[in-house]
Each structure stands twice: as C-alpha cells, then as structure tokens.
Write a protein that binds this ligand. Structure first.
Ligand code: TRP
Length: 333
C-alpha cells in the first residue's frame, strides 16, 4: 500500500496563506478516494526545540488540531495524531541517531543558518543558541517518516533536504541490516499552491506582519479585509480585475460565476470599499461553519483528546511491525 505522510508544526495563529497554500490541499487529499494511506500528524515535540512555555505549547497543539478538524480533515479515513503520543518514534530516533554521521547534521540547512547567523553577529561560539534538539531535528523527522514505511512525503521547498536526509539514513540502515529494513521515502514537492498575497501585496507571511488570521471574529475579519492595500482611483474609474489584490484573493474563495460577475463590476467601476465588502462576504461564507466548529472544539477539548487518542492508536498499530523488524535486525532482540 502507498503511504503518504505529512507533518504539521504547531504554530500560533494560522492565517489565510496557510489555509490556501497547505491546509486546504492536504485536506482535499484526505478525502480523495485513491487507495493510499494518508497520515497527518502534529509535530509537537519538534516545536520544543524553540518553546519554553508549556501553556502556550499546549494551546498551539490544540489550536492546530482544532483547525484541521474544523476545516474538514477526514479523521476516520486518515490517521491523525500528535507525535508525542507515539513513543515508538522516539525509540526509532535513537536507533537512527546511531546510524547517522554527525557531519550530515552539520550540513543541515537550518543548523547551518544558525551558525551563519552567529558568525554574522560576531558571536565567539558558532553554536550559540543551538540545543541538541535543533541539531538533531532531521533525525526525529526521519523517524516520523520511516516508522510507517512511508513512500511519499508532500513538503515545501524548505523541507526537501530533511526528506533527503531521511532517505539517506534509510539507505545506510539497509546497507548494514538488509534490504527493506526501512523503506526509502520520496519527497513530493508542493509548489505551495496559489501565491497568496497579504494585506500589503507581498506574500502573506507572519514575518511581514501582513496576514489575515483564520480564527478571528467576523467583525475583525471584516476590519482586516478593509485594510488591504488599494490605489487611490475613484469609485467610478474602471478597474483591471487582473491587476487587483482583492480579486486575487476573491478568486480563491468564490465560484467562477461570482468571479465573472465581480470582474464585470470592476470594469464598470466599483468603489474599493464595495469590492472589499464582496471579498469579505465570500471569505466569511467559507469560514463561517468551520469557525463555529473551531470554537466549539476549543471549548470542549475532550473531543480533540478523543480524536488524537484514536489516531495515535491507529499509528502505533502501524508502527508495530516496523519496530519489530528494525529492532530485530539491529539488535537481534
Ligand atoms: N519539519 C516540518 C516543518 O517544519 C514538520 C515535520 C516534522 C514534518 N516531521 C515531519 C514534515 C515529517 C513532513 C514529514 O514544517
């Protein structure tokens, strides 16, 4: 069976860019009727490399779980859990650590970026601020992937090297302990879906502080949409629907008929305030039900606990044969 696995980092405040670029396509996949096995998990322990606030950590884990469930992830058909509920991952990580040359970690992009930052800041210690979790992050990620004989890992460009590292670890294990001790995974490069512009027209990103968060109130959502950058043309001036931020975002939520109708009004002349109101309405329509579901889940976390627990049970069942095989081949036990 073909196994497809996706890891989700729990960060605060999911925004429209995350929704359209990553979450929506992944959820579509969970509903598709191909006969691949789909695994989605919250990489909560990966976040510990940088988090020192347990309250916030927990909140972020629940928030990301609620987000995926509220937006329609099929938790029956797919396997959805949080990493820390599957102890086999951490056992496998140790076994893999013992098979990973330290030099491979020195070459990992995220670690190298930190070292470079330290050099630029004239810090005497090139490893300043680097904990072992950050350093061996790729090995934990390899364990995430290899534990279920994963074949395909959909990732963005920034994560490709990590999948390559996982593959190279699997290859080394196989050389020593026999073919197919571990399955060698392939990355499936996600182009990031559509380009999602933020409030100022640059790519929507937390680092530009130009995002529209998903789970704000209707009122706040409207207020944010009204802030989208526009030019100073007068309401009656004809406007180019192919050169408008509002239209770009509108297209991602509206039907073709709605898009055609609004494009016509653009050409005839429409006030920016009015265009933004139209945009608000389609975005809000899209988010209305999920927002209620999200709020309900965040108020009753028992439901989320139950979903994650069931997911972890399914994951551990799948992990069992892999662990048995790897343990047996590597240790004789
Ligand atoms: N490192 C990934 C990120 O930052 C998250 C992740 C953890 C992951 N383990 C994974 C992704 C396994 C794919 C497969 O986005």
């Amino acid at each position: 069976m073909n196994t497809v696995l996706t890891g989700i980092k729990p960060t605060g405040m999911v925004h429209l860019g995350n929704l359209l670029g990553a979450i929506r396509p992944a959820i579509e996949m969970s509903k598709s009727s191909d006969d691949s096995r789909h695994i989605y998990f919250i990489a909560d322990y990966h976040a510990l490399t940088a988090t020192r606030d347990p309250k916030l950590f927990k909140e972020h884990v629940y928030s990301i779980a609620a987000t995926w469930v509220a937006l329609g992830l099929d938790v029956e058909k797919s396997i959805f859990y949080k990493q820390s509920d599957v102890p086999e991952i951490f056992e496998l990580q140790w076994l893999l650590s013992c098979m990973t040359p330290k030099g491979d970690m020195n070459r990992a992009h995220s670690y190298k970026a930190r070292v470079q930052e330290n050099e630029e800041n004239a810090n005497k210690d090139p490893d300043h601020g680097v904990n072992m979790g950050l350093y061996s992050y790729p090995i934990l990620m390899a364990a995430d992937i290899l534990l279920y004989d994963t074949n395909q890992v959909p990732v963005g460009k920034d994560q490709v090297q990590h999948v390559e590292i996982a593959r190279s670890i699997a290859q080394r294990v196989n050389q020593y302990f026999g073919d197919e001790t571990l399955i060698e995974p392939q990355e499936v490069l996600q182009e990031g879906g559509a380009y999602i512009p933020g409030l100022d027209g640059r790519k929507m990103s937390k680092s530009y502080d130009n995002t529209i968060p998903l789970w704000v109130t209707e009122k706040k959502l409207r207020k944010l949409i009204m802030k989208i950058k526009t030019d100073s043309s007068a309401p009656e001036d004809p406007k180019d629907p192919d050169d408008s931020l509002i239209m770009d975002i509108y297209k991602l939520f509206a039907s073709q008929d709605q898009v055609d109708a609004l494009a016509k009004r653009f050409r005839e002349g429409i006030g920016w305030g009015e265009a933004k109101q139209e945009l608000f309405e389609v975005v809000n329509e899209y988010l209305k039900e999920p927002r209620e579901k999200y709020n309900e889940l965040m108020e009753n976390k028992d439901q989320l606990d139950e979903i994650l627990k069931k997911g972890a049970e399914k994951a551990r069942e799948l992990a069992l044969p892999t662990m048995k095989r790897v343990r047996q081949r590597m240790t004789g036990f």
